[in-house]
Design a binder for this molecule. Structure first.
Ligand SMILES: Nc1nc2c(ncn2[C@@H]2O[C@H](COP(=O)(O)OP(=O)(O)OP(=O)(O)O)[C@@H](O)[C@H]2O)c(=O)[nH]1
Ligand SMILES: [Mg+2]
Length: 338
């Protein structure tokens, strides 16, 4: 891979829908190198006016729920309707596994061959904060390249779902019939993020059970809902394999957008997401810096021991940490928050 990035060339390429330039511009936003971060910011600033014009859909579900199969089937359908579809992934474990979305490109075999689809696996070698940041920025790039549906896929475990919910307009959760994880999911708060739920694999012998699960989930979702007059989260069934129920799921996604627009406003919703993104980036940077220098780490170690042994009070130690940190602030480099 060449080391140098020509921002002007990348911007032209992205605007012109050139896939190689788009892929390369995403590689640039995935880089943590300070000089690359500077270039990435410059590129994103210049492309800001061209992004935002897409339906941003989050998709999650436990491994094997059928996310890739679903994305393939839905994506092809949307392309037939004239859309251009980008698929991104947030999978912090992919640095270990090697990237599941890339790994199962075969499951998106049809979509990956379309000129109107762009599939990008989760970046590797970054922790969740870095993956989330890179994916957000990649979303802006694919939008600037003219993709008007962006599907951000994530596995149904842990914090990555919260990160994805914070960057999309509509959050779709794929479930399995009788997987026994429905109520657990609710407890974990995963379903609280959902705007649309679909019980997948509603085919063959499984169809009846999927319908029962959907009904049970629908009842359970009413309990999750905190206000009586809140929008009811639709719980549908579909089969990604047989391509049934997909139009209904997509319609529910569009209905949610209409609801969002009417009640809150899409622009305001995205604005609020940006505000919390601003804070999470700022806070993460401060926290990183707090532990970022050798002097701070050594002081932290000493303070921990002193507090632990009762020699110093927690409050005094905290004041000391802050005093030394504050003295370092003017010389810190904040350019690289993750
Ligand atoms: N019967 C049936 N099988 C399905 C359906 N959708 C997916 N599958 C199968 O379920 C298995 C897992 O599907 P994937 O699409 O890879 O699931 P995934 O959620 O992307 O899985 P991970 O990438 O591992 O998280 C595959 O063998 C699919 O063929 C469906 O609607 N019906
Ligand atoms: Mg998959």
């Amino acid at each position: 891979m060449p080391r140098r990035f020509d921002v002007a060339e990348l911007i032209d390429g992205v605007r012109g829908g050139d896939r190689v330039a788009l892929a390369r511009s995403i590689t640039l936003v995935e880089s943590r190198k300070p000089e690359h971060r500077k270039l990435a910011r410059q590129m994103l600033r210049e492309l800001a006016g061209s992004s935002g014009n897409s339906i941003r859909l989050g998709l999650s579900g436990v491994p094997g729920a059928g996310k890739s199969t679903f994305t393939d089937a839905l994506g092809c359908r949307l392309i037939d309707q004239g859309h251009r579809v980008a698929v991104l992934a947030v999978d912090p474990s992919s640095s270990v596994s090697g990237g599941s979305v890339l790994g199962d490109r075969t499951r998106m075999g049809i979509l990956s061959q379309s000129d109107d689809a762009f599939i990008r696996p989760s970046p590797t070698g970054l922790h969740l904060g870095g993956v989330a940041r890179a994916t957000r920025e990649a979303m802006l790039l694919v939008e600037a390249a003219g993709y008007d549906v962006v599907i951000v896929e994530t596995v149904g475990v842990g914090q990555s779902e919260v990160a994805v919910a914070g960057m999309v307009d509509t959050y779709l959760v794929l479930m399995l019939a009788r997987s026994g994880d429905q109520l657990q999911g609710i407890k974990k708060g995963i379903l609280e993020l959902a705007h649309v739920i679909a019980v997948n694999k509603a085919d063959g012998e499984n169809a009846a059970e999927a319908r029962v699960t959907a009904r049970d989930l629908s009842i359970a979702m009413k309990l999750v809902s905190s206000q009586a007059n809140e929008r009811r989260v639709p719980v549908l069934t579909c089969s990604a394999l047989e391509k049934s129920g997909l139009d209904e799921v997509w319609q529910a996604v569009l209905d949610h957008r209409v609801h969002l627009e009417k009640t809150y406003g899409l622009a305001k919703y995205r604005g609020a997401q940006q505000v919390s993104w601003m804070w999470s980036q700022t806070e993460a940077a401060v926290l990183d810096s707090l532990h970022g220098t050798r002097e701070m780490r050594e002081l932290a170690h000493r303070m921990e021991e002193a507090v632990d042994s009762g020699e110093t009070s927690a409050l005094d130690a905290s004041s000391e940490l802050l005093r030394v940190f504050a003295a370092q602030v003017p010389s810190l480099d904040w350019a690289q928050p993750d």
